[in-house]
Design a protein around this ligand. Structure first.
Ligand code: HEM
Length: 237
């Protein structure tokens, strides 16, 4: 008996072909995901992908936390307490965000160490290293600005110490401290500024730089280990 319907696999292809024909997004996705890599790469080359995963988790848990958090010195700590004790699975989301930040810093050091020891910062990958170094500084900024948001005694005094350390930098130090605190001391404005930096400015900058970093990785290919006997670093499957 013949049927008029095409097989399910063909039906599933219809929306995919529709998107591809109009945007080219499917072939772009394939170009980004399916590439030749050296034969002798190892788990060490997965640290960058682990970092992307943690960044996405931090962004997702951060969005959930922002749905409850209020950046006001009178209520900030109470909203954190509400998230931890009362909101559904709030303790889990907050815990993931807090521990995820430490995991991200550890992974950053491991990934930087791997790329450094493999000599992957050398020609032609200098820009990959430079974009990575800027991401590193911005991630440190995320840790610093995030710490104050809890607004308990520890967060307050840790930030005072951090801002004072910044203030000791030559020439720009005092101005930087003033800009960070929005005045000579920590106030309501400081909390709003740290919140804006933590929620908007730094994550957007990090996201954009990760995209550039990945584009460079895709364009230049992944470096073989220094002990590799292979001549070429690109396209050796
Ligand atoms: C959120 C931060 C970062 C993300 C998501 C990220 C992501 C990646 C990914 C996916 C790769 C390719 C796979 C791999 O080698 O692991 C890579 C390679 C690379 N990354 Fe990063 N990275 C980050 C931070 C950094 C930092 C801080 C540096 C150095 C300062 C750096 C320098 C490099 C270099 C030089 C390569 C090329 C490695 C090679 O060719 O073998 N990255 N990165």
């Amino acid at each position: 008996m013949s049927t008029l319907l095409p097989p399910p696999a063909e039906i599933a292809k219809i929306p995919v072909d529709w998107v591809e024909e109009r945007s080219g997004l499917i072939s772009f996705g394939k170009f980004m995901l399916f590439r030749n890599v050296p034969k002798d790469i190892s788990w060490l080359q997965t640290l960058g992908s682990a970092l992307i995963t943690v960044f996405i988790l931090q962004a997702t848990t951060g969005i959930v936390l922002a749905m409850y958090y209020q950046p006001d010195p009178d209520t900030a700590w109470n909203t954190i307490k509400f998230i931890t004790d009362d909101a559904t699975l709030g303790w889990l989301v907050r815990g993931m965000h807090k521990w995820g930040s430490s995991v991200m810093v550890v992974l950053l050091f491991l990934h930087m160490g791997r790329t450094f020891l493999f000599g992957a910062y050398k020609y032609p990958r200098e820009m990959t290293w430079i974009t990575g170094a800027i991401i590193f500084i911005l991630v440190m900024g995320m840790s610093f600005t995030g710490y104050l948001l809890v607004f308990d005694e520890r967060a307050y005094w840790a930030t005072v110490v951090g801002v004072n350390i910044n203030g000791t930098a030559p020439i720009l130090g005092p101005t930087l401290s003033y800009i960070l605190m929005v005045g000579p001391e920590i106030s309501t404005h400081t909390l709003s500024r740290f919140y804006a930096l933590h929620m908007l400015v730094l994550p957007s900058a990090i996201g954009g730089l990760i995209a550039l970093h990945l584009w460079l990785v895709i364009r230049l290919g992944v470096t073989s280990p220094p002990w590799s006997r292979m001549q070429s670093n690109e396209g050796d499957v």
